[in-house]
Design a protein around this ligand. Sequence first.
Ligand code: ATP
Ligand code: MG
Ligand code: MG
Ligand code: MG
Length: 561
Amino acid sequence: MRYSQLFLPTLKETPAEAEVVSHRLMLRAGFIRKLSAGVYTYLPYGLAALRRVEQIVREEMNRAGAQELLMPMVQPADLWKETGRYDKYGPELLRFVDRHERESCLGPTHEEVITDIVRRELHSYRDLPVNFYQIQSKFRDEIRPRFGLMRGREFVMKDAYSFDVSDEQAEASYMKMFEAYRRIFTRCGLNFRAVQADSGAIGGNFSHEFMVLAKTGEDTIVVCTACEYAANMEKAEVRMPATIEVEPMLDTEKVETPGKRKVESVCESLGIPPSRLIKTMIYLADGLPVAVLVRGDREVEEVKLKNLLQVADVELADDKQAFDATGVPTGYIGPVGLGLRVVADQEVALMRNAVTGANQKNYHLKNVNPGRDFQAEAFTDLRQITTDDPCPVCGGCLELTEGIEVGHIFKLGTSYSEKMQAMFQDSDGSEKPFVMGCYGIGVSRVVAAAIEQNHDDNGIIFPVPLAPFKAIILDLDPRDERIDGAAQDLYRGLTAKGIEVLLDDRDERPGAKFKDADLLGIPYRITVGKKYLQDGFVELRERKGGEVEELSPEQLLTVLP
Ligand code: ATP
Ligand code: MG
Ligand code: MG
Ligand code: MG
């Protein structure tokens, strides 16, 4: 590609609105231009970098046996209603009505759509396992879009969905994706960690996030210096008390109801500073969960609670909403709390006596506050980790560090397939729900993360696999026949070798060309200038280490890797 023919508008000034380095450099190096909050146009140079990431992702997904398809961005609300997510998803889901008054939304993720495809098309265990993926624009109406491509509202994601016959097979599919993700981020030349994003108390880990280590990361992660343990700060596992001491609950009849209190005061009464209440508090009475305070992602919390309580199933109800599907009483609904339904026979029986809230008439005690009215002990399964805490796996030292979430894999189980009636016939003739997994990569965020991790004061330092061009030839004097001739020859020679080269043939001062070459971050810079006229040498300089070599054009053609 000739620079003179390429739309690559670089900026000398640092744009004021950009807070982080990748955003600044992407604007300056002509990657992107903003259309509206969190919505960007990819200019040719930025698009080329995006395509590099896509290609690596595609190759590794295909290698892992996944099949590419492409689903619509506009989705009917009806599908989302089947899983209950149309209401639950919150304001990040952009909802709208079309001319026929049909409710629709822009896809922030595609579990519903893919499950709909699968339930219509796949009916037998013989069709499984399958894993479908797409690389597509997602829309999430983020409350604070910022940092350019790091947190956009419209962004490019690779999302994949696996369907299996059993939990075991689903775990195998999960592990395949885990490995594929490792290969992808390694091939991208990124320094990353796979971190646990789930407490993993039983049945292995259900979720991992892939974090690129960079100061501007919005996530804090906990990494053990001695073993492989790494976890998202929010999800990091802290050893549970060996025995949980539980006082019998007060007789519900004697409960007094003097008004409301805030979570903070509940924490206080339990001796937990509110700052340490990060996610979940479970109140126990007679050794059984009676109430739960949850802040966070409901699906994650449900899986975590299930593991933690070692019960068959757990479902969080919405605040103040009682469950009645099976006639099982719900748990108490606290001030910011959610109802907890534990589905397991003997527990349910006991809960009937212990619980203060229920969906039976005259059974629900109003204005009861856990911690005040229960004499139950509470424990937090999660709290703020400090570097003084020992590693929960090996007891070694923990380190806190910042990360950018570039990928997330999740074992979903049957929650979607059950709600959407997506069933297949197993080898014994029985009808079963598909066991699912989902796997995301923020493709556009990867480009930003790569820049966060690889830059200096002068600009981007692309990892070779992500660079739009491997080399840039600076033709320092296009008007000089010999210089220009040598630069053009090199350009043709390298191109013939299959190397992607940008030939800077613009009518610009050498200083401007050097500056732009550094800014663009192309791994190898080849300068053809006065030295060539004097002794026939061109200069090869590596962007990363700054090493310089002087070579004849013939040598250069054989040397450039
Ligand atoms: P975050 O915690 O950053 O909001 P998420 O956990 O909501 O991300 P997932 O639902 O796990 O995101 O989506 C899969 C991947 O999509 C993420 O790992 C991330 O790389 C990417 N992603 C999510 N939201 C955005 C966004 N607003 N802009 C760019 N990439 C995003
Ligand atoms: Mg998010
Ligand atoms: Mg996240
Ligand atoms: Mg995530």
